[in-house]
Structure formats: structure tokens, C-alpha cells
Design a protein. Structure first.
Length: 248
């Protein structure tokens, strides 16, 4: 009987003959080697890697979904926090002050994270803010709240995520109270400088302090799963692949 190592070697050789599996090649755009690495790995692998390396959840709630056709977003987080308040304290300027400042000071490749406390029924971003974020070269915007002006937003090619789609605004209801502070976004704490990785699978936050270690583990996961796909097709069985590759 073949040893497990010999079986794995044989499996890898078979995969080389059959070609790699489902992982699609991606081009990198970032000059930061760390971010360039995250542009290539799958979001699912990043979620698993955060689980394994940090022992904590990094994935946001299931309803944090891409609201634009262009979905892939990778970059360092800049944050905004809004709270409910009275209409006189939620004037147009006070309501959007922190979000506007975050975008107007945004750097190319950053991902805006806007958290509206209990604000799933109001939009935290629409066409004007999205236009400004695109012009600044931001990599995307994540909203713990709603998104509006979908037709306009989708025309920009900027990845926008939100927990809902609604026509309302934060004006007269919410005020921006803080910028670049730790926030709880869709079930996950996000700190300024953390890495956000998002696509159709959802959104994952990677703690900045452990980003290199998480990336290495995510790359290992992707590599292993890529080799598993042709092995499963060849043997027409998942259990054998799990046994050989020790991965599910």
C-alpha cells in the first residue's frame, strides 16, 4: 500500500497532467506586495485563513453583498461611524461630514468602511459619494447600511457593498461622529489599516498585524484546493481527495 506522502505526490503529479482546477488567474494592480498577494487569493481562502491564524471570525454577515457589477475589492480600510440623532443634529452637512471627509482624503487603493448604527434602512452611499470615491482612486466602499442610486453607482465600475438597497438617506436621521476609528461592521471589528478582501463570496477583514501570516495560509489553502479539483474529477469521489489532501 502506498504511504500517504507517496499518494500525495502521485496526486500532485496527476493534477499537473490534468491541469489546475477552479482557481482563475488574476492580475495584480497594487505596488504593495502584501496587497498584490491578496488580489490573487480567493475570499473563501482568506476567510478560512483568518479563522485558523487569528482564532476569530473575519467574514462579515451574509447580507453584506456587492451592489455593483464590479465586485472584487482589496485594500486597506479607512473608516467612518454614524449614529442616530435628532433632525436638527442631522443636517445635510452634519450627516455626511465624516463620510465626505473620508472620501475627499481617500488615497488610491483604500477601501472605505462606513458603519451606520442600526441604519440598514438608510443609504450610506449614493451616486455623488461613489463618484468622488472613484475619482480619488479608492478600491471600493463597504457600507454597514444601505446603498442607493444603483444605476449611477454601477456605471462607475467601483466595487460597492451594502447590507441593503434603499432610496432613503441619512439626512435628518443620522450624523457622522467619528472617522478612522475601530468600528463594528456587519459583525466584525474593522480597524483603520486592516486589509479588506471582497468579491461575490462576501467581505473579509484581515487584521493588519497578522496580514502576512494570513496571506501565506490563504495561498496554501488555494494551492491545495486547486490540486484537489482535478483529483476529484479523476476519481469521481470527494472522500478520497479529503483523505489525500487533508482539506475540505
Amino acid at each position: 500500500m502506498l504511504s500517504r506522502n507517496k499518494t500525495l505526490a502521485l496526486a500532485v503529479g496527476t493534477c499537473a497532467l490534468l491541469g489546475f482546477g477552479f482557481q482563475a488567474a488574476r492580475k495584480t494592480t497594487s505596488k504593495d506586495p502584501l496587497l498584490a498577494g491578496y488580489e490573487i487569493v480567493t475570499v473563501a481562502a482568506v476567510a478560512d485563513a483568518v479563522d485558523q491564524i487569528t482564532g476569530q471570525r473575519g467574514f462579515m454577515s451574509h447580507d453584506m453583498r456587492p451592489r455593483t457589477i464590479t465586485a472584487r475589492a482589496v485594500g486597506r480600510a479607512v473608516t467612518v461611524y454614524l449614529e442616530p440623532t435628532t433632525p436638527e443634529k442631522a443636517t445635510p452637512s452634519l450627516s455626511t461630514r465624516e463620510s465626505t471627509a473620508m472620501i475627499d482624503n481617500g488615497n488610491p487603493g483604500e477601501v472605505g468602511v462606513i458603519v451606520i448604527k442600526d441604519g440598514i434602512d438608510v443609504a450610506g452611499i449614493g451616486g455623488l459619494m461613489a463618484t468622488a470615491a472613484k475619482a480619488r482612486g479608492m478600491a471600493g466602499v463597504i457600507v454597514d447600511g444601505g446603498v442607493r442610486d444603483l444605476k449611477e453607482v454601477r456605471s462607475l465600475g467601483l466595487p460597492i457593498y451594502g447590507r441593503s438597497v434603499v432610496p432613503s438617506s441619512t439626512v435628518s436621521r443620522f450624523a457622522g461622529v467619528a472617522r478612522n476609528v475601530p468600528v463594528q461592521c456587519a459583525g466584525v471589528e474593522v480597524k483603520p489599516g486592516d486589509i479588506i478582501v471582497a468579491d461575490e463570496d462576501g467581505v473579509v477583514r484581515v487584521p493588519a498585524a497578522q496580514a502576512a501570516e494570513v496571506l501565506k495560509r490563504a495561498q496554501e489553502i488555494d494551492e491545495r484546493e486547486t490540486k484537489m479539483v482535478p483529483f476529484i474529477r479523476l476519481h469521481k469521489a470527494l472522500s478520497k481527495a479529503v483523505e489525500v489532501f487533508n482539506r475540505i
